[in-house]
Each structure stands twice: as structure tokens, then as C-alpha cells.
Design a protein around this ligand. Sequence first.
Ligand code: NAD
Ligand code: ZN
Length: 293
Amino acid sequence: MRTKPTLTWTPEGEPAPRTTDLAEVERVLSEGDVVVLSGAGLSTESGIPDYRGEEGSLRRHTPMTYQEFVTSEEGRRRYWARSHLGWRTIARARPNAGHRAVAALRAHGFVSGVITQNVDGLHQSAGTAPVIDLHGSLDRVVCLGCRRTSAREALDRRLRAANPSFAAATTRINPDGDVDLADEMVREFRLVSCVACGSGVLKPDVVFFGENVPRDRVERCYRTVDEGRALLVLGSSLTVMSGLRFVRHAARSGKPVLIVNKGQTRGDAHAQVRVDLPLGKALTELTGRLGCS
Ligand code: NAD
Ligand code: ZN
């Protein structure tokens, strides 16, 4: 469990050859039943920044940790004030060509399962179902008191009502649905608590740094990987163990691992190939070649 985001890692062996040739990915997909593991890089073309890419937000912003969220009211106020503004950008974001291509590959059986580390719901908006949201989803809220979940939209309405004059000039959105915001603005922000139990602390239903992914969800992912023939990583640096473990698992089981990502990843040593191309272009090309665009 990590409370600080990792930015660097030691390579786990000789990295897979880097290429811009999609032939190997096309060949493996054409045999069907490939499991996709996607990351923040798939959503950058929808206007949501990643953490560790060229414009990665970890270079300027440290995300909230679970420990700070549960122990500090000030921390929660800062989180919700910023997230209240950032949420609109996330809620407005639309799936891009990459998400649409994954939906087409799934509909045609080239892909048998989709696990995403993203919390933006864009695979689902593009029509992919089912999707395992490994790190949860920003469109749900969970009460830390009674554990009930509710829609983020309903909370959004309540936060607007509690903070009628809360409007701030802000331009930059961070990937966890957060924006950069001045301290005075944060201090003015009024929090609301759970409607169901009357007092519980509300948290977005996403896995924060320092928090574990629920065990049953991890098991579902392992099963999905086991049922597939190969693992295709799309737009993830695989820095976080939470995603990397499925790459290691697939490689250990002798399944081909393919990666499409701009820039190296922590899983490169386990892959047959890493295709260094922008995902919208690469995936559109693949659906065209496989006749499912
Ligand atoms: P990451 O930021 O660590 O890595 C993203 C990778 O994608 C980088 O290597 C980057 O170079 C590459 N990339 C960016 N745009 C690309 C493009 N158009 N085509 C090809 N490659 C591209 O992301 P991660 O590995 O998913 O880990 C970040 C964690 O933070 C996730 O676990 C997730 O929970 C959270 N997160 C979520 C979102 C989201 O929901 N959209 C966004 C940022 C972070
Ligand atoms: Zn409650």
C-alpha cells in the first residue's frame, strides 16, 4: 500500500522491443479473447490529463491520500471544494476514438474482458459492457459511516445548494477530478454529510492512494485475465502495482502481453512488444484492419 505516488521504478528485466508496427497486436487480437487493461493514457485524448505522461499532473499536484481524507476535515474540505469544480469537466468529457474502438473490439469478440484503472466512466459511455472499474468510479459516492453508495450527481446538487456563491475562476483540471484552487476559496466551502445515516463522511467511490482495492474486485480481475488468451495494456505506465500485478500474472501464466503506450512502462520486461503510438490512431487502425470499425 502506497501513500505517496511513485514516479520512478527499476526495470524488471530486459524491456520488450519498442515499435510502431501494429502487426503483432493485430495478429493476437484476430485470434480473439484478449483482455484489455486500460489506464489514464486512453483518456488523455478526451481532455483528461494522465498522471505520468508528458503533461502528467503528478508533476504539479499530489493527489489526496486515503489517510489524509479520513483523518482530516480540512483535507476533506480541500478535496471536495476542488473536486466540486473539477467534476463538471469530468462529467462533460466524451469517449474518444480509442474508447469507441475498444467497444467495437469487445462487441466482435476480439476482446473478451475490459479492466480499467480509470475512474472516468468513458469505456461505459462508449458502449463497452461489462467493465471492471479497478479503482472505482467518480460518478458514485460512498458513505464511510453506513457504506451506502449514491450518485455523484445528487451530491453535486446538494453541494451547489450548500455553496450558492461558490464560483471560482479555474482552468486546470487534475485527473482525479480536481482543480487547483486558492486556500481562501477552500476555507469558505461547506461540506455536506450522508443523507441516509445523517452524519457519515462522504467519499468518492474511488480507490485513493494508500487504500487497497477490494479483494473481490481483484479476484474478478484475475479470473478475467485467466479466462483470456492474452493481455493488452492500453495507455498505462503500469507504475502502480495494482495494475502491474495482472501483467506479471499473465506473463507468469505464459500468456502474451502486448502494450500500446507512448513511452516506456514498468511492465515492458513482461511484454512481447510495446507499440509506441497515440491510442486513438492505433486503435482506429486496428479496428479497420480487423473489419470491425
Ligand atoms: P499514468 O499516468 O501513470 O500513465 C499513462 C501513460 O499513458 C503514460 O505512460 C503516457 O505516456 C501514456 N499516454 C498518454 N496519452 C497517451 C495517448 N494518447 N496514447 C498512448 N499513450 C498515452 O496512468 P495509469 O498507469 O493509468 O496510472 C494512473 C492512476 O491514476 C490510475 O490507476 C487511475 O486510477 C488514476 N487516474 C485516472 C484517470 C482517469 O480516470 N482518466 C486519469 C489519471 C489518473
Ligand atoms: Zn451514511
